[in-house]
Ligand binder design. Structure first.
Ligand code: XIL
Length: 588
């Protein structure tokens, strides 16, 4: 039955109309005084003083509403039967619930209790969480609320909706389901980013950082969630925004926490996506047991001890994911921002950042502070390579994407590693750009000189601050990514602007409702252009493969217009250019 429910959800997703509201309860058809059942989800009896009853609008308007009074009743909500013939699976396709909320001038005993909760049958599908004690708006007024919930598989015939309160009074009205217009339909693969990058057949990946577990916006075990679908339908690579960092994965010495990271790798495998690992050795997001101060060895560990901490960390994690994580950011942000000694005598050099690793392990590499050394870099790469010889290993940094001292220092550091046979396969350019910062000629030059060293270059953490040029800048960088041969992957640093680490900058492809922004369409157009360029340069010869009498037909925009059409029938399509078996066909 589980399967059938899931199919029903998929089916209704495919047949769904754009932006829609489905009214559930406006209470107008009920007599004043009609009681709604109150249910305590913890299974306790509901106090006899509590009630939920249809009443007149407290603002005096000619309108009926539901009046709820809870007295010492935790976890207790009104129960609303689903309309006849309307299934829980259909309910879930909407992805959000909206309603009006009114609270009279009566204070609940404790503000903490005012979180909204929604259940579908006995499954909780939404709960406002700590630390976001919700502001339910000024008392004595109606407020509009809308919450995205987590779809679940259930055959429930009712839902619960109310405030998670102990003792309080509130009114509800206009409860409805909302399906937000996304501007595109991700259930049609030809409208997604992933489709176009994969059509190119050149092995490139478009990736995204999945929001940190503590942001509570993705459940990697739930493929029905809007956020999950946005990720796996649009992208074919993922990286954990925070959950593979040192503090998340080894919070206490030799005590590894793989929970979220494992769920991410499972998610990726379930959806045929590659995983980037981020990051093994960094000065930030370290647990206190490593250091209490990011630019110091605050516990005065000896060089040997720090090397053994680093080796155990890298060896355990990389071995754990051997063969499952394709590439690792091994060393992150190891360069100083200000490269003072970058030209030294006859040769170019680089200043390393002071960190527990550079200070505690030391070594001869690098200039600047004489107590800072680069032995940790060589060591980290060697440890990672030993643990998984097939994983590709990267440096990663910011402020190195265009021209300038730090960009040069990055090149010389990578060259040094290559010259010394350290197992490095490429470098990451983070690309956290301010508006107008992208310098395309500088970026191309930077990518190409790493190619001369035999290194790949990955756009690892792309986000571009919003401006009227945002979409164009995303288009430009996508073109560069698709054109440069040694640039196999481009990764967005987050999904929705709402959850971005640069929240005010609105720097991503999707807005707070996961609706596609102009930047999304610019990226998709650039990927589609790359595919068309490939088709026009290298048409697949007709005789290269056996011909099936049935073909799928695409229009020039890449949208599938017919599946399994008889090959001869293509000639009877309306005048235009079609793509059949990877070849352009002109019908006159
Ligand atoms: C950021 C995350 O996005 C935030 O959630 C976290 O609080 C701080 O780190 N360079 C990196 C990333 O290499 O790991 C950083 O990610 C952004 C800058």
């Amino acid at each position: 039955m589980k399967k059938i429910c899931f199919l029903a959800v998929l089916l209704s997703l495919f047949t769904s109309l754009p932006a829609e509201e489905y009214p559930l309860y406006d209470f107008e058809n009920y007599e004043i005084g009609t009681e709604f059942l109150l249910k305590d989800v913890s299974g306790n009896p509901v106090s006899a003083k509590s009630y939920a009853v249809v009443a007149a609008d407290p603002t005096g308007k000619d309108n009926k509403v539901l009046h709820v009074l809870l007295v010492n009743s935790w976890n207790t909500y009104p129960e609303y039967p689903l309309p006849d013939g309307f299934t829980a699976a259909e309910f879930c396709t909407y992805q959000s619930v909206a309603f009006s909320l009114y609270r009279p001038q009566v204070l609940p005993k404790n503000n903490d209790n005012m979180q909204t909760a929604i259940y579908l049958g006995d499954k909780k599908i939404y709960q406002e969480e700590h630390p976001n004690y919700p502001d339910q708006g000024e008392r004595g007024k109606w407020h509009e609320k809308r919450y995205a919930f987590t779809p679940v598989e259930t055959e429930a015939s009712y839902f619960l909706l109310g405030l998670h309160a102990d003792t309080m009074e509130y009114y509800l009205d206009n409860i409805r389901l909302v399906r937000v217009e996304k501007g595109y339909d991700y259930t049609d693969e030809t409208q997604t980013l992933r489709y176009y990058v994969e059509q190119c057949g050149n092995g490139k990946h478009i990736g995204v950082a999945t929001p940190s577990s503590w942001k509570n916006v993705i459940d990697l075990n739930n493929d029905l969630l809007d956020m999950s679908q946005t990720v796996f339908r649009n992208f074919n690579m993922v990286v954990a925004e925070d959950d593979m960092k040192f503090d998340a994965i080894e919070p206490n010495r030799n005590d590894f926490n793989f929970g979220y990271a494992d769920a991410l790798v499972d998610f990726a495998e379930r959806h045929g996506m590659k995983v980037r690992g981020h990051t093994l050795c960094w000065h930030k997001q370290l647990p206190e047991w490593v250091t209490k101060n990011e630019d110091r060895n605050s516990h005065n560990y000896s060089r040997e001890e720090l090397l053994s901490i680093l080796r155990n960390h890298i060896d355990t994690i990389v071995s754990h994911y051997k063969g499952r994580i394709a590439e690792w950011d091994v060393v992150n942000e190891c360069l100083e921002d200000n490269q003072r000694s970058y030209y030294y005598g006859e040769s170019y050099m680089y200043d390393l950042r002071a960190s527990v690793w550079s200070k505690g392990i030391g070594g001869k590499l690098g200039w600047g502070d004489e107590n800072v050394g680069g032995d940790f870099i060589d060591s980290a790469f060697v440890y990672a390579h030993r643990a998984d010889p097939d994983a590709k290993l990267f440096l990663n940094d910011y402020g190195v994407e265009n021209r300038g001292r730090k960009a040069d220092a990055y090149y010389y550091l990578a060259k040094h590693l290559v010259d010394n046979n350290i197992p490095i396969h490429g470098v990451g350019l983070q690309c956290h750009f301010k508006a107008g910062e992208l310098d395309s000629a500088g970026l191309v030059r930077q990518i190409q000189r790493f190619q001369e060293l035999g290194l790949e270059v990955i756009i690892t953490e792309l986000d571009i601050a919003s401006s009227d040029k945002q979409a164009d800048e995303f288009r430009t960088i996508t073109n560069i990514f698709m054109e440069q041969k040694n640039c196999p992957n481009m990764v967005l640093w987050g999904v929705s602007d709402r959850d971005s680490w640069r929240s005010g900058a609105l720097p991503l492809l999707f807005d707070a409702d996961l609706a596609a922004k102009p930047a999304f369409f610019a990226v998709r157009d650039a990927l589609e252009k790359a595919w068309n360029d490939i088709l026009s340069v290298a048409p697949v010869p007709n005789d290269a493969r056996p011909q099936s009498p049935y073909v799928d037909v695409y229009n020039f925009a890449g949208q599938k217009i017919a599946s399994g059409m008889r090959r001869e029938s293509v000639n009877f399509l309306p005048t235009g250019i079609y793509i059949v078996d990877g070849e352009k066909i002109m019908v006159r």
